[in-house]
Ligand binder design. Structure first.
Ligand SMILES: [Zn+2]
Length: 64
C-alpha cells in the first residue's frame, strides 16, 4: 500500500509504503523525507518506508 505525500518542510512529494501491520492499532510512525531528511509522524499500523518517486511526476531525476 503506497501513498504519495508532500514534505511539510521542502514541499517535495515522495512515496510512503506501509510495511506489515494490520495486527496492531495505528500508531504514529516516523517517516523520513528522502529529499531533505525531515521526519514527520504519521498514523500507521505498520512500519513506514519512504522512497523517491521515480519518473516524470517530480522531475527529481535531474538530480542524480
Ligand atoms: Zn523534505
Amino acid at each position: 500500500m503506497a501513498e504519495i505525500v508532500k514534505c511539510k518542510k521542502c514541499s517535495e512529494p515522495f512515496e510512503v509504503i506501509e510495511i506489515g501491520g494490520g495486527m496492531t492499532s495505528p500508531e504514529p510512525e516516523p517517516m523520513t523525507c528522502p529529499h531533505c531528511g525531515h521526519v514527520t509522524m504519521k498514523l500507521a499500523s505498520g512500519r513506514l518506508s519512504t522512497r523517491l518517486i521515480s519518473g516524470d511526476e517530480t522531475g527529481a531525476s535531474a538530480k542524480k
